[in-house]
Ligand binder design. Structure first.
Ligand SMILES: [Zn+2]
Length: 518
């Protein structure tokens, strides 16, 4: 093992079914987890469900069920969908898991004992949707901008985490660790939140049981439960065995969180302060993505304009949907979703380009080389150019993935497909095979070896992005188990490992062209 990689999605709040926003974050983390595993790193991928808080208690009351029953049903729906979609997570954590409750209580006690918590009376306007109090500057037209419901006036006594004591440390930390929060725009946004005039104060971390019983009890006052965000963030520690699990230190030292920009504040302010208060190093990196706009509205669980990933999978194939999500959004910025854009992308990049290269290469190998990978002759300048392009692509994909530039990585892969397609056009093996001019078989053999070997490299490079497609290509190339022993990027950058004589097969089109009804 060289290196480690620990990546998390947010734990998803269990009051809605999975939609495009949840799916995007999970596709991103899944792609990276697969890449880091192929790179030989000790990898852990954590996802799960966030199950406490007022919204669940409200839904349970409406339905006449217990909050636990509601949480069980939604959590089950999430984990089943994630399994059906083939995500490679190592643990699906639930905030109702016994080990999580234990860790939350340990941390609360630790912070309390350190004198980081006091008891205060507070009055303010509260959004049940966000489960937090609002300041004047957070409101838009007297309402929460994310939830179409009026704010409620509330007065109550609660325990407060003295978060503001840690702001000076956090500002210094962010300034001295430029990669801590990325892309840059979000780092600047966080520094703005931490400015003295921003109005961000200490954090209320409790709710009185007289108002809400659904949550983790405070170990130092049984009349109170823990605020849902405080409980939820701690899942990132529970999931890898805090405080003394065998892999905890290694994985925590390599931790990266992936979130949508709507939950920047809890992850970039509350969470590092909490970690600092218990004497733990902050996570290594926070990666923040933008929103998918569907009909110009942000997709959120409360607005309901959702794109169901299972429907997308049944209609287009999940690899194609993953490809679109990663190719059409520059990580960090917003992007528009439409089925027209999805279909255009699938047809252009997958059906006409990658899929076509696979089928023409393997068809010609069948017709002109008896179906086996041919023995190449001495490589010429054209072959060397393809080999060089493959090696360059392997290095660029590695660099782009490590900096969350998924769209760039896929552009590089498409660029390599273009290179190989142009090579085939220039060499035109079908013409030589037809004319049967002197030396035609050697020319065709060299050409198709080069093309088959390029397909091997392409399969390895697309494997993290399209985990169902890569094994299909490798199987047709006669090396179905290649991924089990692959090390990226080296095995993609090293030319010539496909053995001549390996039997290949044609197979059905990988990405049938999608005809659009007009
Ligand atoms: Zn709200």
């Amino acid at each position: 093992m060289t290196g480690a990689f620990y990546a998390t999605t947010p734990i998803f709040y269990v009051n809605a079914e999975p939609h495009i926003g949840h799916t995007y974050t999970t596709v991103v983390v899944d792609t990276l987890a697969r890449y880091h595993r192929l790179a030989g790193e000790k990898t852990f991928f954590l996802t799960g469900s966030d199950e406490h808080g007022e919204k669940i208690a409200e839904v349970a009351l409406e339905l006449g069920e217990t909050p636990q029953a509601v949480a069980d049903r939604y959590s089950e729906a999430f984990s089943r969908t994630w399994q059906t979609l083939g995500f490679s997570f190592d643990r699906f954590i639930r905030t109702t898991d016994p080990d999580h409750k234990q860790v939350v209580q340990n941390i609360l006690q630790k912070i309390y004992d350190a004198g980081e918590i006091d008891f205060r009376e507070y009055e303010g306007l509260y959004c049940i949707g966000c489960e937090r109090f609002f300041t004047e500057r957070d409101m838009v037209g007297g309402k929460c901008p994310d939830h179409d419901r009026p704010l409620e006036s509330r007065k109550e006594s609660n325990y407060f985490f003295k978060m503001t004591h840690h702001f000076e440390w956090l500002i210094d930390y962010i300034n001295s660790h430029p990669d801590f929060i990325r892309p840059d725009r979000y780092r600047n946004e966080v520094l703005g939140m931490l400015r003295e005039d921003s109005g961000l104060g200490d954090l209320s971390i409790s709710r009185p049981k007289s108002r809400l019983e659904w949550g983790i009890e405070l170990p130092f006052d049984t009349d109170y439960i823990c605020y849902v965000w405080f409980d939820a963030l701690i899942n990132y520690l529970t999931g890898i065995g805090y405080p003394d699990g065998p892999d905890f230190a290694t994985l925590w030292g390599a931790s990266q969180h992936f979130i949508g920009k709507d939950i920047l504040k809890p992850h970039a302010v509350f969470w590092p302060c909490m970690l600092h208060a218990i004497g733990l190093e902050p996570y290594q990196r926070l990666n923040v993505h933008g929103f998918w706009n569907v009909d110009d509205r942000k997709v959120s669980k409360s607005l309901g304009n959702k794109i169901d990933p299972l429907v997308m999978r049944d209609k287009y194939g999940f690899d194609s949907f993953r490809y679109f999500l990663l190719r059409d959004m520059a990580f960090g910025t917003d992007s528009d979703f439409s089925e027209e854009a999805l279909v255009t992308r699938i047809n252009a990049d997958l059906a006409n380009n990658l899929g076509n290269l696979v089928s023409r290469t393997l068809n010609m190998t069948g017709r002109f080389c008896g179906g086996n990978v041919p023995e190449p002759g001495q490589p010429g300048a054209q072959e060397q150019a393809v080999a060089d392009a493959a090696a360059t692509a392997a290095g660029q994909v590695d660099a782009h993935l490590r900096s969350c530039e998924f769209h760039r990585a896929l552009e590089v892969i498409q660029g390599l497909v273009d290179t190989v397609n142009r090579y085939l056009e220039a060499r035109a093996p079908w013409k030589l095979a037809k004319q049967k001019a002197a030396g035609w078989q050697a020319h065709v053999n060299t050409t198709l070896y080069t093309s088959c070997e390029a397909l091997r490299v392409l399969s390895l490079l697309v494997a993290p992005f399209m985990p169902e497609t890569a094994p299909k290509i490798l199987e047709r190339l006669g090396i179905p188990d290649a991924l089990a022993t692959t090390r990226l990027p080296d095995d993609a950058a090293t030319w010539g490992s496909l053995a001549p004589g390996t039997p290949t097969s044609k197979g059905a089109p990988l990405f049938p062209r999608i005809e659009v009804e007009s």
